[in-house]
Ligand binder design. Sequence first.
Ligand SMILES: [Zn+2]
Length: 271
Amino acid sequence: MSFFDTHAHIYDRKYETAETRVEDILSRSAASGVTRILIPGDSKESSMAAVELAGAFNGKCGMELFCSVGVHPHEAKTYSDDVEKYLRDSIDRREELRIRAIGEIGLDYYYDLSERNVQREVFEKQLLMAYEFDIPFILHERDATGDCLEILRSFYKGGKLRKEPGVCHCCSCSPEASQELIKMGFYIGFDGPLTFKNNKKTPEVLKITPLDRMVIETDSPYLTPEPNRGSINEPCHVAFICAKLAEIKGITLEEAARITYDNGSRLYGLS
Ligand SMILES: [Zn+2]
């Protein structure tokens, strides 16, 4: 049984920077059945870190590593011509650099760490870039479903979204909104919150998500699933999320692992 953790920030400072720490994370991941990890960026700096890690550690412990580059809504205020040039130059070299998506991009009105109009502008620029380069994107949306859907709808109607545009990462929107995203071709990402006892919404979203649209992700080092909630998250915990997903969908853990692995691979163009 193999797991694909489609979202883990394993360059995060919480893991320190020494090489051995990354190797420890990868060996624990391998021991728990993880064989693929996608490392997402959220700023120019973290995108560079993601690219570097994916290049340096791919193949260690038998792990296949991939990455994404992009500017998160929190970091929208840092977007500049220089950042855009970095993104474009990197995506031009995506095969060599193991880049499989643009992201995280989107809107976050919960923290409002960048002005909302700046968030929208930077989101739209990167959406266009994803269309131009024909590459999927990783959507981060929190407390901004209305504006987010409005922007995506206009891209969709204007023919500026790929057939399978990307993934709604750590999906926290309503079941209705998730259905609209699925109709536009999105995958839905499920994380630790699926296992939280007080979370009623995410299981409802999962129940109506088709089997071929769901992917699993840890969002390490954040959102550690039960029963390890409170500790620093690592890709090795993805099995807990997969087990919960299997329980809710009424399938076996093996089936859930295989389906989510295949979905993640299709989403990111991996064989
Ligand atoms: Zn993330």
